[in-house]
Write a protein that binds this ligand. Structure first.
Ligand code: KG4
Ligand code: ZN
Length: 333
């Protein structure tokens, strides 16, 4: 019955979670509202706030799980990818905690953990499956062969899908992070009101920078004609942008599934919280007779439960890290 403490601090959320024998007992997330005023995450501020939040988050996670710190069998932490200053806080905390408790360390790749969040709960995919991992920094189609055996078969050549959401919302004058707001407005809008281009990229790779430029020009031209264009059409603009981002992602995902002969398709990462994308994947899987795996909302955006569950499976493999381990801002798998 291994008891795993999971620590996540790769971007602007400080999170701690306790996992007992593969079951998540707590998942505490301290968000950082400080970045809203700046229209994006300010790395220096993020690491300072992690520093303030990490100990209370861990204490709360232990309390919620009714677990004593002396019962922790291993400390799993995000090694990367992410903001170096943010990662340093979580990695340093994990090392200090492990040293004090004489517990082993388990290093986790943040992007793999987003995928392994599907092993929380009962509806688990069977290997091999395909995962579309879409976050603020990544857009990947991953062939998941085993817990830690994953192959990226397609990825973005420029902006990530979440970045496209956030940059669009900035153009529309909405605060950061814009993805959830685009989702909210899109629910009241017509997704076919405006047509944005679908980039023609070979293979299973993506590109979102051209889309961002076309949205920018579209808004600029319409605002020049009517200064109230955005406020009068916010819902239709958001619905149309969301639909285009979702179709760009899902068209490639469908082609990849057909080429690789995979019938289990999963979503992961912050953008998997998007209503249009979730409904789109469900419809796609129903049409093809495939099974869809869509994470519960609390496991879409950054959280330590996914680190703890990934830590549990790595603990079972007996793969541990030493005290000399350092965070990595860029980290592939
Ligand atoms: O995985 P995540 O929490 O952090 C990274 O590792 O990047 O993803 C954050 C991204 C942001 O770009 C945010 O705007 C987007 O996920 N996001 C959404 C939604 N919720 C979060 N995008 C669209 N619709 C949402 N409901
Ligand atoms: Zn993430």
């Amino acid at each position: 019955m291994p008891v795993i403490l999971g620590i996540e601090s790769s971007c602007d959320d400080t999170s701690a979670s306790v996992c007992v024998d593969g079951v998540i007992l707590s998942n505490v997330i301290a968000n950082q509202s400080i970045h809203e005023a700046y229209g994006g995450v300010v790395p220096e501020l993020a690491s300072r706030v992690h520093q303030q939040n990490i100990v209370p988050a861990v204490q709360q996670a232990l309390l919620n799980a009714k677990v004593n710190k002396n019962d922790i069998d291993a400390v799993a932490f995000t090694r990367g990818p992410g903001l170096l200053g943010s990662l340093l806080v979580g990695v340093s905390f994990a090392k200090a905690f492990a040293l004090a408790q004489n517990a082993p360390l388990v290093e986790i790749n943040h992007m793999q953990a987003h995928i392994l969040a599907h092993f929380i709960g009962d509806h688990k995919p069977v290997f091999p499956f395909l995962c579309l991992t879409v976050s603020g920094g990544h857009t990947q189609i991953v062939l998941v062969k085993d817990y830690f055996e994953m192959e990226i078969i397609g990825q973005t050549l420029d902006d990530a899908a979440g970045e496209a959401m956030d940059k669009t919302s900035k153009i529309l004058g909405l605060p950061y992070p814009g993805g959830p707001l685009i989702d909210k407005y899109a629910r009241q809008g017509n997704p076919d009101a405006y047509k944005f281009p679908e980039p023609q990229i070979p293979g299973f790779d993506f590109s979102f920078s051209g889309l961002k430029t076309s949205i920018l020009y579209f808004i600029r031209d319409n605002v020049a004609r009517n200064p109230d264009f955005i406020s009068e059409n916010m819902a239709d603009i958001c619905a149309s942008v969301e639909k285009r981002i979702a179709t760009i992602l899902l068209n490639k995902f469908e082609r990849a599934a057909k080429e690789y002969g995979i019938k289990q398709l999963a979503l992961a990462g912050g953008v998997s919280a998007n209503t249009g994308l979730r409904l789109g994947l469900q419809a796609l899987c129903e049409k093809n007779g495939w099974e869809s795996f869509i994470p519960a909302m609390q496991y879409c955006t950054d959280n330590a439960a996914m680190i703890a569950i990934a830590g549990y499976y790595k603990y079972l493999k007996g793969e541990f890290a030493g005290q000399e381990i350092a965070p990595m801002a860029r980290m592939i798998f």
